[in-house]
Design a binder for this molecule. Sequence first.
Ligand SMILES: *Cc1c(COP(=O)(O)O)cnc(C)c1O
Length: 434
Amino acid sequence: MELKDLIAQYPVVADLAAERETMWVNPEYGDVAELPLTKEDLFDAEARYHRFGPYMAVAFPETAATDGILESPLYRIRAMQEHVTQREGYDLPGDLYLKADNELPISGSIKSRGGIYEVLKIAETVAIDHGMLAYADNYAKLNEPEFRELFSHYGIAVGSTGNLGLSIGIVAAQLGFNTTVHMSHDAKQWKKDKLRSKGVNVVEYDGSFTKAINTGRKLAAADPSVFFIDDEGSTDLFLGYGVAAIRLQKQLHDQGIPVDEDHPLFVYLPAGVGGSPGGTTFGLKTILGPNVHAIFAEPTHVPSVVLGMATGMNEDISVYDIGLDGLTEADGLAVGRPSRLAGHVLRTILQGIATFDDDRVLAYTAEMMDTQQMQLEPSATAGFAAVRMAQPYLASRYPMAHANHIVWATGGMLMPASEHERNYALGKAILERK
Ligand SMILES: *Cc1c(COP(=O)(O)O)cnc(C)c1O
């Protein structure tokens, strides 16, 4: 379809094509629909994570304190709430929290949830198929040499903008799999270096994420011993992310944060292909019900999920089709085409999507350091942009006086200091200009 016809049919596309910040409200939100995944699927994934706890605790000693379970804290961020709402000039009734996936062990990002889950599921399947593992075993035995030998006959491959490759590469290589990560041009050098130091085969591409993932998928398909973890359509990745909701329910409970009609909970998540925020949203709606509402954030230069959902064309349209360049400082979100799963699952369970200019995430990155002393990568702060953009609509629709808001901070802990200093300096310059 030509751009002018798209715009005539879907007015939000005019904003997207012009790289204007915008808020798309999903007209099908709340409609009754059968979802392709269920609550049982989430609990199956959570049970698998628990079977692997003893393995993770021995293979990754930094996870021993939590019995090999990877989880992140939920922080109240009062100073940031005060500072950012004042600077950007809007009201935010209720309390603002940060879900600190930037502190998740192994990749320091939300990708530790989905990526590691899928690797563990592959390892379990291979070991069981070879008669070397029973479900009731203590999975710590997977750390023994005979399993490394077994897994060395198999490959795991993935295409990534950085963090997914990091989470999958580190765990797959530790298990003994032949591991290949296909990295797009925007992937940071330190992520490639770190993977190579773990014995992972890193293949670099001049082109976009779409090119890296397509080439990786094709190479893997030619070799039956290679498992390709497909960021554009994997159900296992999606479920690994979704498990977060089971743990968040307890964190909310433990911190005395109610979720009901008078206390709606709003969750703001950055979206690349839509897999990590999509899986998380599916989990949240399934576990916490109708009073939790998710809003995504995407760069104005790469609004892939909103373009797919607003037009109903999902993975059949990319940001390049409407003339955008797909370039952003938020490198984890530099994905021009949405996943084959996200838009379909999210059609009735996602409240909306906001787009933001890159300057904002750099400013939030500096502001989070100044107000909360927290190190985030720029992508990981995108939720703050959605908070601001969504408030007028949310206030027109929900009782906000006792609302709670969670910005999902998706990455940053492993970033080298030099990288953070660069982002911080860019952010400070933007703050001082205004
Ligand atoms: C991957 C990533 C996202 C977005 O996840 P998608 O599954 O691509 O939508 C957001 N933030 C960070 C830091 C990421 O690495």
